[in-house]
Write a protein that binds this ligand. Structure first.
Ligand SMILES: C[S@@+](CC[C@H](N)C(=O)[O-])C[C@H]1O[C@@H](n2cnc3c(N)ncnc32)[C@H](O)[C@@H]1O
Length: 255
């Protein structure tokens, strides 16, 4: 469920994305990077960007965004969304595979790369991360969102699926087996190691949806502003960060 509790106020040009427990922490991190870059129009690459939940607001802020996604349906929805937002000229939709970026995007040409909720579904995450790193200019930044393993174990257990929770906890990749919708899940250390192996320097790790998925709907829907505030307060702090449904890593290609 999406709970909108307002928009972020900003000194920069990124004025509009609605904030939810799913997006607020990520936008805070991205906003800091955009603010750091001042008035520069950035070249952004969103790998597996889907229907443009991040790409369109970034284009509305004046940046040029290429979305590479395997799904033609998602890209069609992205194109419609960009047109409705009046930013079609700044959004390029490219059908393709995340590990074949070299043929789609000029190497070392991108200021900011996004890869959200993708590494847990691709066949092999390592070539995708290597391709993200190669697409970045030296000094460019990567925003990577992955599924959290601890939250999945807790969630399965709390729903009474103790056997699935046990399988998830025991599996080295954090998958519950062939019927699992995700191929793998991460903790902060394994996700950071994946990025470091591609030559990226991890600068920040945050938890996204530390509490949102655990709370009864009556609490989450009844107190959205308080929930958002608590999510933001806990996002960077262990042990809460490590229990989040997703982990957000912000990393940089060394200059
Ligand atoms: C869970 S969605 C995430 C969408 C968006 N990044 C977000 O956070 O809302 C995963 C997206 O990755 C795309 N995808 C999956 N495998 C891919 C691959 N190998 N290369 C490029 N895109 C891929 C899917 O088509 C889908 O749009």
């Amino acid at each position: 469920m999406t709970r909108l509790v307002g928009v972020e106020h900003t000194r920069g040009r990124l004025a509009g994305p609605p904030l939810t427990p799913r997006t607020a922490v990520i936008w805070s991190v991205l906003r800091a990077e955009l603010d750091r870059r001042g008035d520069t129009d950035l070249t952004v690459l969103d790998v597996g960007g889907g229907t443009g939940g991040f790409a369109v607001p970034l284009a509305q802020a004046g940046h040029r965004v290429t979305v590479v996604d395997a799904s033609p349906d998602a890209l069609a929805a992205l194109t419609r969304r960009a047109a409705e937002a009046g930013v079609a000229a700044r959004v390029r939709a490219v059908q393709g595979d995340g590990d074949a970026l070299a043929g789609l995007v000029e190497p070392a040409s991108v200021d900011l790369v996004l890869c959200h909720a993708v590494l847990e579904v691709v066949d092999e995450p390592e070539p995708v991360v290597a391709a993200l790193a190669a697409a970045l200019r030296p000094g460019g930044a990567a925003s990577v969102l992955v599924a959290g393993r601890a939250a999945a174990v807790l969630g399965r257990a709390m729903n009474g699926h103790l056997d699935v929770a046990a399988a998830l906890a025991a599996d080295p990749t954090g998958s519950a087996g062939p019927r699992d919708t995700l191929r793998r899940r991460y903790d902060a250390e394994s996700a950071a190691a994946l990025l470091a192996a591609a030559g990226l320097t991890v600068e920040e790790v945050h938890g996204v949806r530390v509490l949102a998925d655990l709370l009864p709907a009556v609490v989450a829907d009844g107190q959205p502003a308080a929930l958002l505030e608590l999510e933001r307060a806990l996002a960077a702090r262990t042990p809460w960060r490590d229990l989040a449904a997703q982990l957000h890593l912000f990393a940089r290609r060394p200059a």
